[in-house]
Write a protein that binds this ligand. Structure first.
Ligand SMILES: Nc1nc2c(ncn2[C@@H]2O[C@H](COP(=O)(O)O[C@H]3[C@@H](O)[C@H](n4cnc5c(=O)[nH]c(N)nc54)O[C@@H]3COP(=O)(O)O)[C@@H](O)[C@H]2O)c(=O)[nH]1
Length: 678
């Protein structure tokens, strides 16, 4: 409806205020709204439609109804006046006038009909045009310019000027001027004489009626205009409110109420301009909540959202008016610091941010502690536009993550190259998972007593399409930092159990060991993954060994202890991998009820020549046996080392001497030939 009035179309900039009342081609007045509201056009089409709909129904329909009522009222008044005049003309026998007034009456009745049928525009046009012609005729036939009907002309023009089309207005004026000219020149050149009639009661009545109807119409129109103006002001306010709401939604993040990426980017662009003009430094802080994914996965998305809101609330407290803070994505926030002296100010703010976030959060009656990794980039050193600065600060943040989290890093070009590489690896690793490029290789584990094959350690590889077979050292870091290890780790457990079942189908009952990452332990679903995999593959739990590292045992939470207990209850065994390289605390071994120690290869490789390592390995084996733990030695490359370990009573052995890690089919062949030999 609005579009058909030509008021607001989707392309028209929306209002910032009322501007003017306009005359239109139809009866209702309407507003022309001017001014630019830059964000409005970004709003959803749906919201635009809502605003249009709101104006359409509530505003214009109301206005139109009211005007139609008024027009009917004026029509009635005019009929009354015309009837009075008709009576008078009949009484005095002014037959010409009588016919004209009867014609005017008929016209007004037709106009009323048209208004009742919802065509007030036609009604007004017909009425005004006919009235003008009748008045002109009356003047021509009777008293010329002496006629009292002449005073109807200005009134007709005022009414036409306000409620009729511009074309009709000019047409009426032309007719009036032509009439006046015709009468004047006819009289001047003597074609026709016009005489004023004596003034009496009748003339008084006609002139007064015309004046009353004119005054009534004009008063009505003025009132209408005032009413209209206040209604439009109200509508204007409503529009401004809607506009403000839409502008807010367009530029803000719904969860935290902070600026979103789009708004932030335009703020930062302005800040960069200002910094350039004032030759000042600007800093961007890219902040990432450490371990958010784990928190989100373990406590659920509602708690995750609550944490994000609380983090945003605390960060806001540190922000100055001149600075800008935005939520850049899931658990990432970016802040622009205006007018800083140097990098030290940015670092101080980063520290302050870390400090406020390191205080415990109260989430659904649970206390939760987290930290913040912050990357800093500076204008003009690191870039000249918002995107580059954000990108550089993100790379610096990744460096902070790499350095162990809960720290901050200032962007440096050489570090950036490394981070770019890491981002590339992460991207490629994601594709590797979906393209099924990951492989499991198996390294045989031999029981030294009797030299029997007892199982294999599953070791991950990436069959890279261009770089060939990659060992975990090339991608494990990235997998852990990106959280991809959770998905990869689950795949490893599943594939290892399925392969162990396949060996059984070939008559080989062998154990399989898989390495766990700390991130898998921290996620809440490890136990259910293992239960599912054992059920689905059918592997006996005692054939599955989970390898933990010593550092994982430093996690002293009740949940971790319970997890290990539950895993033990399932029947799977636990081994401590790389034993000797970490915090070899005996009390941990007892407390966590592990089954096996795997002596790190760094002690084993040169066992035959290194007295110190031999002493360490001897002590580890004795200590483990006294705690009823089994020992596996890793990294056996020479027979002499095997002999020494056998003499020391080491239970199992693993190393290149027996075999390098083998792809599944090769391992099956190896295992078969081993069993045939036995
Ligand atoms: N969380 C997970 N970690 C995994 C997984 N698969 C492997 N890894 C870890 O990656 C690290 C590197 O492993 P990899 O390159 O496979 O190296 C293993 C062996 O190839 C190597 N090895 C074995 N015998 C010898 C030997 O005689 N000499 C020698 N120089 N190296 C040898 O040792 C690695 C096995 O180490 P460990 O796990 O400590 O038993 C490594 O830390 C893996 O743990 C995975 O699926 N998940």
């Amino acid at each position: 409806m609005l579009d058909s009035f030509g008021l607001i179309s989707a392309e028209t900039p929306i209002t910032e205020g009322l501007c003017a009342l306009l005359r239109t081609g139809s009866v209702p007045f309407f507003l022309r709204l001017t001014g630019q509201a830059p964000h409005y056009q970004e709003a959803e089409c749906m919201e635009m439609a809502e605003i249009k709909g709101g104006l359409d129904k509530d505003f214009f329909t109301r206005m139109q109804d009211r005007q139609n009522r008024r027009l009917r009222l004026i029509g009635n008044l005019v009929i009354l006046v015309l009837l009075t005049i008709e009576l008078r003309t009949l009484l005095i026998g002014a037959w010409n006038d009588s016919i004209l007034v009867a014609a005017a009456l008929a016209t007004v009745l037709v106009a009323r009909k048209l208004t009742a049928r919802g065509k007030p525009e036609y009604a007004v046009s017909v009425a005004l045009m006919t009235l003008t012609l009748l008045v002109s005729c009356s003047m021509w036939l009777e008293q010329g310019l002496y006629s009292g009907a002449l005073i109807a002309f200005p009134t007709v023009l005022v009414v036409a000027g306000v409620i009729a089309s511009e074309r009709l207005f000019w047409a009426l004026l032309t007719i009036m001027l032509a009439t006046v000219a015709l009468i004047s020149f006819s009289a001047y050149f003597g074609y026709r004489a016009f005489q004023p009639l004596p003034i009496g009661v009748g003339r008084w009545a006609v002139v007064s009626s015309i004046l009353v109807v004119s005054a009534g119409t004009i008063v009505w129109m003025m009132r209408e205009m005032r009413n209209m103006q206040s209604s439009l002001e109200r509508e204007g306010k409503r529009l401004r409110c809607s506009q403000a709401k839409i502008t807010h939604l367009v530029g803000h993040d719904a969860l935290t109420g902070l600026a979103n990426r789009t708004a932030f980017s335009s703020h930062v662009t302005q800040m960069i301009e200002a910094a350039r003009t004032q030759q000042r430094t600007l800093a961007l802080l890219y902040m990432d909540v450490d371990n958010f994914k784990t928190i989100n996965d373990s406590l659920g998305h509602t708690a995750g959202d609550e944490l994000i809101r609380s983090v945003a609330g605390r960060l806001k407290q540190v922000v100055r008016d001149a600075d800008t803070l935005c939520r850049h994505g899931g658990d990432e926030f970016v802040m622009a610091l205006a007018n800083i002296d140097d990098v030290h100010t940015a670092v101080a703010v980063a520290q302050r941010m870390q400090e406020v976030i390191s205080q415990p959060f109260e989430l659904s009656s649970k206390q939760l502690v987290t930290s913040l990794s912050v990357g800093i980039s500076l204008f003009p050193n690191d870039g000249h536009d918002a995107d580059t600065l954000v990108q550089k600060s993100e790379l610096a943040m990744l460096q902070a993550k790499k350095a162990g989290r809960n720290t901050h890093f200032v962007h440096q070009e050489d570090l950036s190259a490394d981070s770019h590489q890491r981002l590339d690896i992460e991207q490629a690793l994601r594709q590797a998972i979906s393209r099924d490029e990951l492989r499991l290789y198996y390294q045989p584990i031999i029981a030294l007593k009797g030299e029997r094959l007892v199982g294999a350690e599953a070791l991950l590889r990436w069959q890279h399409p261009e770089q060939g077979l990659l060992s975990p050292d090339r991608f494990m870091d990235v997998a852990e930092q990106s959280g991809l290890i959770a998905e990869i780790g689950e795949w490893v457990i599943r594939r290892a159990c399925e392969d162990a079942m396949r060996w059984q189908q070939h008559g080989l009952r062998l154990g399989v060991s898989v390495n766990l990452s700390a991130i898998q332990i921290r996620r809440n679903n490890l136990q259910s993954v293992i239960v599912d995999v054992l059920n689905e593959s059918g592997l006996e739990p005692e054939l599955l060994e989970l390898e933990l590292t010593e550092s994982m045992l430093l996690e002293k939470s009740d949940a971790f202890l319970q997890l290990l207990k539950n895993l033990k209850k399932l029947g799977v065994s636990l081994a401590i991998d790389d034993f000797g390289t970490g915090y070899s605390n005996l009390s941990y071994l007892q407390r966590f009820n592990v089954d096996r120690l795997k002596v790190d290869k760094s002690f084993v490789l040169d066992l035959s020549s290194n007295e110190q390592n031999r002493a360490i390995v001897t002590a580890v084996i004795q200590m483990a046996h006294s705690l009823k733990l089994q020992v596996t030695a890793e990294g056996i490359e020479h027979q002499l080392v095997q002999r020494i370990l056998t003499s020391l009573g080491c239970d199992h052995a693993q190393g290149y001497l027996f075999s390098r890690p083998l792809e599944p089919d090769a391992f099956l062949g190896y295992a078969r030939s081993y069993s045939e030999r036995a």
